[in-house]
Design a protein around this ligand. Structure first.
Ligand code: AGP
Length: 617
């Protein structure tokens, strides 16, 4: 997600800001910018789309004035394509004396923007962030009190935000606020820092304070005050950063893979944000252009490759079960060569993290030429696939740097749950109460993922213990089957081990011949409460392989004591609506593959032979 740096102190501010943004590059971004208040008291801003080097080159050629206060930002586009104009900082008000940067998603920006437009505000960008800049500037023009104006505005914002602001009239202070997004303070001697994480300032100070939810920071070079959104003073404990330099480039994580697995509560939460109300109702404004088509859709084809295709397989179960529309999943590179039957009532949904996978791009172009409508589910703002589709439903997983996909996968599945509920609501295939109940279950997923991550010691140990395994098999049933396929792919990609996923019911039709003494088999077990008693069937599959010498690791629902009789290890996940179980059961498999790979001394972020986006057919 976006990178944020703030500074007040005697050092050359431009160097501090650009150095901090450099250390935050690991967070992934597509534009960068800085604002300073120079020694003449003037606010100066420079921002460029593209990599930080472009901004650095621009500033080297045309330096900013000497300054001792400033804010800097690297942006991962969510609202508005990655352009110079959409890059942060954004200036507020008619005088343009206020500069603001933001990490997160302001859910209610549209209504606030309408209010500002009616008041005559002129916008220079498509971003939600600029709305906040104009709001603070307008309040400040009325009150003349920057802190009070800032407090008034942040209390009106819904969603997730870390915001930094400064005003030419107040050249000694940077204000910051956070809600559902990270913010830390760096404490120096005669200088102080702000950052989206400590990597922003770790080269200057190891003393830090983590800012709490709904808190405001008043940062000056020789003082730091924290208050809540009501204006009451707050005290926060200082801590010492214990990172080594190499870890700092990955935000303190041992690898991007480890970071992105841990990011999944936020990736799923951000993908749900502004699309699912607390009442469980889905609001997908992005699909407005498909509204007239939805009643007539008679077939949905999900096209994707690799991990995205396994996400699509989970989506198939949800869309067909809830929206009662026939769904098939096709590998993009196979789809367009089999002369499929497509009509104007076919909806093709292309699932892609990068939005640049050539196989999937070619499949969607073929589908459009054949008269079908195309929706893309994409994680990269402004990607080719997003621009060529008739509509796009973005996942908000943030940049995924590790080649093997993890948080984008769970965000893709989340997006398909939302799509399925949206279609079901529009077509009235289930009662609103039923669909709202599922929606409310979706809202619990980020916390449940966090619970799985917090209890991952056992699966980490298993990954290390199986580092010499020559082959690992994965079994799953119903929505657990695509997770078995994804678990096998993760192990192939990360540990270069032959592994294979099977539908558990398929085992006796041949693959069981593979089972020999000591063969590791990981089984995704349905809930014991499953109405189709798939649980009993899978338990008997486990007994079949155990009888032939397999070592079984079960991924099962908390409280499932039956399966514990037959597995050498049971990794429990929280009890959830069965259709939502894949979001939780995949996490231990991701960790297992990562730990096994690391135990083999392999590069978990950049596996051999692989590219993050396969842009050739
Ligand atoms: C996932 O771990 C792999 N890196 C790969 O299978 C990937 O999912 C596939 O290439 C599709 O990429 P996309 O989502 O960017 O289209």
């Amino acid at each position: 997600m976006c990178g944020i740096v703030g500074y007040v102190g005697p050092k050359s501010t431009v160097d501090v800001l650009l150095g901090g943004l450099k250390r935050l590059e690991y967070r992934g971004y597509d534009s960068a910018g800085v604002s300073v208040i120079n020694q003449q008291g003037d606010l100066e801003t420079r921002k460029r789309a593209g990599k930080l080097a472009i901004l650095v080159d621009d500033i080297t050629k045309t330096p900013l004035g000497e300054a001792h206060i400033g804010i800097g930002h690297t942006r991962w586009a969510t609202h508005g394509a990655p352009t110079d104009g959409n890059a942060h900082p954004h200036l507020g008000g008619t005088t343009q004396k206020l500069s603001l940067i933001h990490n997160g998603i302001i859910e209610n920006f549209a209504e606030l923007k309408s209010e500002l437009l009616e008041a005559g505000a002129v916008f220079a960008s498509e971003t939600d962030t600029e709305v906040a800049a104009h709001l603070v500037a307008a309040e400040y023009d009325k009150s003349g009190n920057l802190i009070e104006s800032f407090r008034t505005v942040v209390r009106r914002l819904h969603g997730a935000f870390t915001i930094l602001v400064m005003h030419e009239d107040e050249p000694g202070v940077v204000l910051a606020a956070r809600r559902n997004a990270p913010l830390v303070i760096g404490l120096g001697d005669g200088e102080n820092f702000l950052g989206s994480d400590v990597a922003a300032f770790v080269e200057h100070t190891k003393r830090a304070i983590a800012v709490g939810q709904d808190e405001i920071v008043i940062l000056r070079k020789d003082s730091v005050e924290i208050e809540n959104f009501a204006g009451d003073k707050v005290t926060r404990e200082e801590f010492v950063i214990d990172w080594d330099a190499s870890a700092a480039s990955k935000g303190g994580w041992s690898s991007f893979m480890a970071k992105e697995i841990a990011d999944q509560p936020q990736a799923v939460g951000d993908t749900l944000m502004a699309r699912l109300g607390s009442d469980g109702n889905v609001h997908l404004e992005e699909l407005a252009s498909l509204t007239s088509l939805i009643p007539n859709i008679d077939r949905i084809i999900l096209v994707a490759c690799g991990t995205a295709a396994y996400a699509a397989e989970v989506g198939k179960y949800a869309i067909e079960s809830w929206a009662r529309i026939p769904v098939s999943v096709e590998l993009s590179h196979e789809f367009r060569y089999r002369n499929p039957i497509l009509t104007k009532n076919t909806l093709v949904v292309a699932v892609s993290q990068s939005g640049e996978t050539m196989d999937t791009l070619m499949a969607t172009r073929f589908a459009k030429e054949a008269g079908a409508n195309v929706l893309s589910i994409c994680n990269t703002q402004g990607a080719t696939l997003a621009r060529e589709a008739d509509a796009v439903l973005y996942t908000h997983a943030g940049p995924e740097v590790a080649v093997a996909s993890t948080k984008a996968f769970t965000a893709q599945i989340t997006s398909m749950y939302l799509l399925a509920l949206h279609l079901a609501t529009a077509r009235g295939t289930h009662s609103l109460n039923e669909l709202q109940e599922i929606g409310r279950e979706l809202l619990k997923l980020p916390a449940q993922i966090a619970e799985v991550l917090a209890s991952s010691d056992a699966i980490r140990t298993l990954g290390k213990n199986f580092k010499d395994a020559k082959t690992v098999l994965f079994l799953g049933r119903n929505v657990g089957f695509p997770i078995a396929l994804e678990g096998a792919l993760k192990l192939k990609e990360l540990a270069y081990i032959h592994s294979e996923g099977f539908a558990a019911g398929e085992l006796k039709h041949g693959p069981i011949a593979l089972i020999e003494q000591g063969q590791p088999v990981i089984v995704i077990v349905p809930s014991p409460a499953d109405p189709d008693s798939l649980h009993a069937k899978v338990v008997s599959n486990i007994q079949e392989v155990r009888a032939r010498g397999a070592q079984v690791i079960a991924i099962a629902e908390q409280g499932d004591t039956e399966v514990a009789k037959y597995a050498v290890e049971v990794i429990y996940v929280p009890k959830v609506h069965q259709m939502l179980a894949p979001i939780l059961t995949v996490v231990p498999l991701q960790i297992f593959a990562m730990e096994l790979s690391a135990a083999k001394g392999l590069d978990v972020d950049q596996p051999r032979n692989l590219a993050k986006s396969v842009t050739v057919e």
